[in-house]
Design a protein around this ligand. Structure first.
Ligand code: TXA
Ligand code: MG
Length: 352
């Protein structure tokens, strides 16, 4: 398939290109587009065949449901049963990087929800995404626009390398501002269950709803046979081709560990900006300043993609803190590392 590629600036969206892409969506085709979090692979949210095409293009298991994207928070009620808590969340955080799971209405086919009677709804804060949804006149179902298993795309070039020749069109709108996927919450009575951490933090959610429960799957591995609340939790994700190992410990001790590692093996390192000059300049990826978790979030997926281009046998990264947006970084890295963490101290440095 010949994929049409449109390069559009978010400041002055090209109306003709947006309309051409909206027509593709209305006719049941697939268009990848930028959002403030990561790129999405979009199709009409009311078209079951288009949803099937999404799963086929990504190689995604069909029980892993899609998020539907609306142009205005009010439009959620066309597709789902909204409630008071939804309204509060919408007022506080939408448009923005928050996805809310609600009971679905019949208009949303089960192909979109992976057979569930709930649907995930989000209103993205990105001018290209919003104009595309508006022009299509229908909500757009869109998972992240990567091949299943690889890191979510945060640049047009990532989407092109994964999906060129496989989908109808790609809108390249430059780099995504946030870089990690949206926060996902499920509303249960008057409680919010945090299923996937993102830029809207647990503390921010607590300003709207006192009762926020962080699902254990955010930080822990699922037990064997455990049924996840969110099907996406059970799939291997974001992982580079070589093993990723996370390091926890004092910065000095971790640095000694990394020096030894650089001498002993062909390793790549995701390091803090401040550490660049302390390491040998070989297979080193600058993840941003230690104190700037937002910058680290924005760069993480590009860094994980970069690892695959390096000739290495293993990759090391710091274990992020679990507070604020750190929890989102922690969640993505711990899954990419399949929960492999080394607690570095003076005794295991020597062993290395
Ligand atoms: O930022 C984002 O959310 C991006 C952009 C494109 O909007 N989208 C995204 O979609 O990350 P995706 O498909 O890669 O991740 C959606 C996650 C999956 O883990 C899925 O299991 C969960 O949302 N999900 C979707 N519908 C659900 C539902 N009804 N109940 C529980 N989890 C659901
Ligand atoms: Mg995804």
């Amino acid at each position: 398939m010949q994929t049409k590629i449109f390069k559009i600036s978010a400041d002055t969206p090209d109306v003709l290109a947006i309309h051409e892409c909206a027509s593709i969506i209305k006719e049941g085709g697939l268009v990848a587009f930028p959002t403030e979090t990561v790129y999405g692979l979009g199709a009409s949210a009311t078209d079951e065949n288009a949803a099937k095409k999404i799963y086929a293009a990504k190689g995604r298991p069909s029980d892993n449901p899609l998020i539907i994207h609306v142009a205005s928070p009010d439009d959620a009620s066309i597709y789902a049963y909204t409630n008071e808590l939804y309204e509060k969340l919408a007022k506080a955080f939408m448009p923005g990087p928050l996805t809310v799971i609600l009971k679905k209405k019949d208009i949303v086919p089960f192909e979109v929800t992976g057979g569930l009677d709930t649907v995930a709804v989000r209103c993205p804060a990105h001018s290209i995404a919003l104009s595309l949804i508006e022009a299509a006149g229908v909500a757009i179902a869109a998972p992240s626009a990567n091949l299943s298993g690889s890191p979510s795309p945060t640049r047009g070039s990532h989407v092109i390398s994964d999906l060129d020749g496989i989908i109808d069109a790609i809108i390249d709108g430059g780099e995504c501002e946030i870089g990690l996927e949206s926060t996902i919450v499920k509303i249960e009575d008057n409680k919010l269950i945090l299923l996937r951490p993102g830029a809207i933090t647990a503390d921010a959610l607590r300003c709207v709803c006192e009762n926020v429960e962080i699902s254990s799957a955010v930080t822990e591995a699922l037990a064997e046979n455990e049924k996840p609340i969110s099907p996406g939790m059970k799939y291997r994700h974001y992982a580079p081709a070589v093993p990723l190992i996370l390091l926890e410990g004092e910065n000095d001790t971790v640095m000694k560990f990394l020096h030894n590692a650089q001498n002993a093996e062909r390793c790549a390192i995701l390091c803090y900006h401040e550490e660049l000059y302390k390491l040998r300049a070989e297979r080193i990826i600058d993840i941003g300043s230690e104190s700037d978790l937002q910058a680290q979030a924005q760069r993480l997926f590009a860094a994980l993609r970069r690892v695959d281009e390096l000739d290495c046998d293993v990759v090391y990264a710091h274990l992020p803190p679990k507070d604020g947006i750190g929890l989102a970084l922690y969640n993505r890295l711990i899954r990419a590392a399949a929960h492999t963490v080394i607690h570095v101290n003076s005794s295991n440095i020597k062993h290395h």
